[in-house]
Design a protein around this ligand. Structure first.
Ligand code: SF4
Length: 222
């Protein structure tokens, strides 16, 4: 019964290849302010903010980086203080020991191999200590060279609800989205889903009656 209901719903909204563009356009119109919530003023600050954002909220990271970025400007600055001092400075973002270690390892590699600059290629970014694929994807996209689609908890939930993937694993979800989402939208697409997920398609209580894509969504309750 449940399965035939899902099948019916998928049939009603049509194939995802035909829905993806209107979904992107409508979400872009509904959330014109959908950009990264982490604050940064340079490539280096962006990289640090994204690294600190693991397992915590963007609001929390912004609170910490407001002071941090007044003190640390160049990669060398992160190595010029004892590790314990850096740990104290990023303490409120959680997992501060591991994050301080990753930051220092990353700064060392930036200085030794990249002339102190943040690389733009995904394969270079993932070489930096403590920089996982998701972090690298976010940084590359923000630097204007998206090479994948960022999959966080909102992107995962909304992609599933919108019938864009049947996968559970973020790597497989990303593979589906890369095939489906036009390349020029790889950067903005995750932001659109993240903001729609925060404001409308909320995890426990999706507001389907207010949703700009409810006629394109097989999970719509309207
Ligand atoms: S119709 Fe409902 S389930 Fe589908 S995307 Fe909109 S809020 Fe989410």
């Amino acid at each position: 019964m449940a399965r035939s209901f899902v099948k019916e719903a998928r049939k009603r909204v049509g194939p995802k290849r035909l829905r993806i563009r209107p979904i992107i356009e409508r979400l872009a119109a509904a959330h014109p302010d959908a950009t990264i919530a982490l604050r940064s003023r340079s490539d280096l600050e962006l990289l640090v903010a994204v690294m600190l954002s693991a397992q915590t909220t963007d609001v929390n990271v912004n609170r910490v980086t407001e002071k941090l970025f007044q003190k640390y400007h160049r990669p060398e600055d992160y190595l010029a203080v004892p590790q314990e001092e850096l740990e104290r400075d990023i303490f409120a973002t959680g997992f501060f020991r591991q994050k301080a270690k990753s930051l220092r390892g990353t700064m060392k590699m930036l200085i030794e191999e990249y002339d102190g600059r943040v690389p733009r290629q995904l394969e270079e970014l993932v070489r930096l200590p403590g920089v996982a694929r998701k972090t690298a994807n976010v940084v590359a996209a923000e630097l204007g060279t998206p090479q994948g689609v960022v999959v966080d908890t909102h992107v995962r939930r909304l992609s599933q609800r919108l019938g864009l993937t049947r996968q559970e694993d973020p790597v497989k979800i990303e593979r589906d989205l890369i095939r489906l989402v036009p390349r020029e939208d790889w950067g903005r697409f995750p932001h659109l889903l993240i903001w729609h997920g925060r404001r409308v398609c909320i995890a426990r209580m999706p507001l389907c009656h207010e949703c700009a894509v409810n006629d394109l969504c097989p999970s719509s309750r309207v």
